[in-house]
Design a protein around this ligand. Structure first.
Ligand SMILES: [Zn+2]
Length: 133
């Protein structure tokens, strides 16, 4: 048996199903069981009833996750969730990305202001020359 990955004994099937039902991924469940993840896939293929039970446990975990999930774009994209909240979140996020980015604010130099002759004369009136005082 050297080099053979340890098998999961039937006594531990329930434990495995519990882990999967709790939402653990296959790799994490394998780690908890102390076996290689390939062992789980092999088990599912070798014992069809167990394979089906594992699938049901994972589906139940996924459904539970969905039932308590927060609507998000990531849920829509990664979990293919099509609940209204997630669909709306994804639509909104997409629209945000597609919206034209606001043009960077260009700071134009203020136009040089010319002082009119009138202003010049008015200033002179306000400040009379010293010799006319
Ligand atoms: Zn969702």
């Amino acid at each position: 048996m050297r080099g053979q990955p340890p098998k999961i004994e039937p006594e531990r099937y329930a434990e495995l199903l519990e882990l999967l039902g709790a939402g653990l991924s296959m790799p994490t469940a394998a780690e908890r069981m102390g076996v290689a993840r390939a062992t789980l896939y092999n088990l599912a293929a070798r014992v069809p009833a167990m394979g089906e039970a594992m699938q049901r446990a994972r589906a139940a975990a996924k459904a539970a996750r969905k039932a308590r999930h927060e609507p998000s774009e990531s849920c829509y994209v990664n979990d293919q969730c099509r609940l209204p909240g997630c669909t709306a979140a994804a639509t909104e996020a997409r629209a945000r990305r597609r919206a034209p980015q606001p043009a960077p604010a260009v700071v134009l130099p203020a136009p040089a202001r010319r002082i009119t002759l009138y202003e010049l004369l008015a200033a002179d009136d306000a400040q009379p020359l010293a010799d006319s005082a």
